[in-house]
Design a protein around this ligand. Structure first.
Ligand SMILES: O=C(O)CCC(=O)C(=O)O
Length: 252
């Protein structure tokens, strides 16, 4: 089996897989520079979404709907990065095309392209969650997220943590998103958790139903990752309150 096929087999069985050093240093440097330019407002696009991090480190204290709040604010999440040519070049490039083709047969669209960032010593907790369900408003749940480490993500930086195999349990709630505490206790998720540290350039595949979380950043270095959710082209947006989203085509 090729290393790619091995990684995909691991992802199917355990819900996650690591592909070491897939992103070259040159790519990382371009993406880090662009992430800085976007966070500080030197590069911007209409429709970018920013979520400032909370100084308390508690997920429950996050504010929603604030948008860009200045160049010195640490942002936990920046969305719609498909608008940027540097991020687009990586998410639609040859390495990820070959990887995605192992999982999704046929034409592929984009659900989201997001930077998750944990500022030095302050980046906050992200509780157990699943990235699917009614909350995502799709005709079928997506299955593939590709997470690229832009910086080293050792355990103490709040690396990804997963509950291996939990993608086979389906959705914890029909809504999806954060897993309620009662379900976490019932499934003994904390006891099953494993850490998935990464070096800059590593790519981690995540099944959307996999329970995953990440802790605070206790290092003096920023910890950023670019995560992309891909969809089979025939997936439809079911939302009714606003016009349904049309997903950007990525691979034919
Ligand atoms: O990088 C993180 O801390 C969270 C990533 C995540 O939840 C995701 O990619 O779905």
């Amino acid at each position: 089996m090729s290393p790619l096929a091995q990684a995909v087999a691991h992802y199917r069985e355990h819900g996650w897989a690591r592909i070491p050093a897939l992103a070259p240093l040159e790519t990382l440097e371009r993406l880090r520079a662009r992430a800085n330019e976007i966070a500080t407002g030197r590069v911007t696009y209409p429709g970018l979404f920013f979520q400032p991090d909370t100084p308390t480190g508690n997920y429950a204290d996050l504010a929603f709907g604030q948008g860009w709040a200045g160049p010195d604010v640490p942002y936990r999440k920046i969305e719609k990065l498909e608008k940027d040519p540097e991020f687009w070049a990586w998410l639609a490039g040859e390495q990820l095309r070959a990887l995605v083709a192992e999982v999704i047969v046929g034409p592929v669209s984009l659900y989201r392209a997001v930077l998750f960032s944990k500022a030095p010593t302050t980046g906050s907790d992200l509780p157990w969650h699943q990235d699917a369900g009614r909350f995502w408003g799709l005709s079928r749940d997506p299955e593939l997220q590709v997470w690229t480490a832009l910086d080293d993500a050792p355990p103490e930086s709040g690396c990804l943590e997963v509950f291996p195999g939990s993608h086979k349990l389906g959705l914890a709630t029909p809504l999806g998103g954060v897993v309620p505490t009662a379900r976490v206790l019932e499934a003994q998720a904390d006891e099953h958790a494993i850490r998935v540290p990464a070096a800059a350039g590593d790519v981690i595949l995540l099944h959307n139903h996999l329970w995953h979380r990440s802790g605070r950043n206790r290092t003096g270095n920023i910890r950023r990752a670019f995560t992309v959710c891909y969809l089979p082209r025939d997936t439809r947006c079911l939302r009714k309150k606003r016009d349904p989203r049309v997903f950007v085509p990525v691979f034919e």
